[in-house]
Design a protein around this ligand. Sequence first.
Ligand SMILES: [Zn+2]
Length: 370
Amino acid sequence: MQEKNQLKYPWDEPPEPGRTLEIAPGVRWLAMPMPGSLAHINLYLLEDKHGWWVVDTGLSSEEVTNWWHEIFNEELGGRPVLGVICTHFHPDHIGQSAMITDYYRCPLYMTRSEYYQARAFSGSGPGHHSSWLGQDFYTRAGMPPEYLTQLAKAWEQRAAENMTMPTMPSGYERMVDGQVITIGEHDWQVVVGSGHSPEHACLYCAALKIMISGDQILPIITSNVSVHPTEPNANPLKDWMDSLDDLLSTPADTLVLPAHNLPFYGVRDRLRGLISHHDDRLLAIEEACVEPQIAKDLLPVLFARELDPRQMMMALGEAIAHLHLLMHRNRIERTLAEDGQYRFHSIAPDLHRRATPEAHDAPSDGPVMV
Ligand SMILES: [Zn+2]
């Protein structure tokens, strides 16, 4: 058992690629390789009566596909995958969802916002006329097989030039906050958070005291919470802070199974640490904005290291997310200057008092009134 930042880690390292490790009855852990400092993504298998459910799927590389086939052949006891659950739309989570659901003709479960965000960012995928989902759907509706061929031809004529590689399954089953999915002996409750992605699903099993947390709760990495040009006035850090508050009701003795780093105990300590981290960064930015600032010049307030262009995009998105939450809280104001750049300026009269703990008002000596 390792201990780091007050959290307890029952395992020192993830399983080898192609192998699984039992975490609890009916819950298995596997890892798939990822480039860069993340190194791996944790994926989980949940055992049902006649097969398995997969939670998150890894990047869409050939290497990961091959590892999956190793898992299918060696680790599932000859039983099929019955369903795939993706916590959110990021490529390391959805990358193999089409491969697995096509291989086993099994459904993909996601929240609605995450599924459509994935579709929007990864091309259209195969049309419903050309996938097994379409076959099943029209067969079950009583349509003859020729109908699909006719539909496919009509579609080809219209869309031939813009067909992209199939990256997402062409249909899904919707998960909503609070829904309970029964898998084998266990009930898993969908717990939705937001901020890192629009409608991120965690899965909580009260009987096992386990939370599969995706990227919503990570023990070491701070999940990216960014404003992007697709929604330039978004306020994702408000969603993120609200979600962290809500997740504080998670029982303190929960084993958290995150998508990165290692499984850990100490969920409330971690959530409080994240809340305090963002509160501190918000205050630092507010203090910096006593002099009007442009977003780019606030990066050194948040990040000490050199940033490559992709990291710069994420860092700038984070800085803007903090600025937008401060605007929402009426603590800074934004003006569009003549040079076309936004200037952010602190306006809260109590900034000095909040930033200087010894500057609180003295206790009142007046009588206590009703
Ligand atoms: Zn993510």
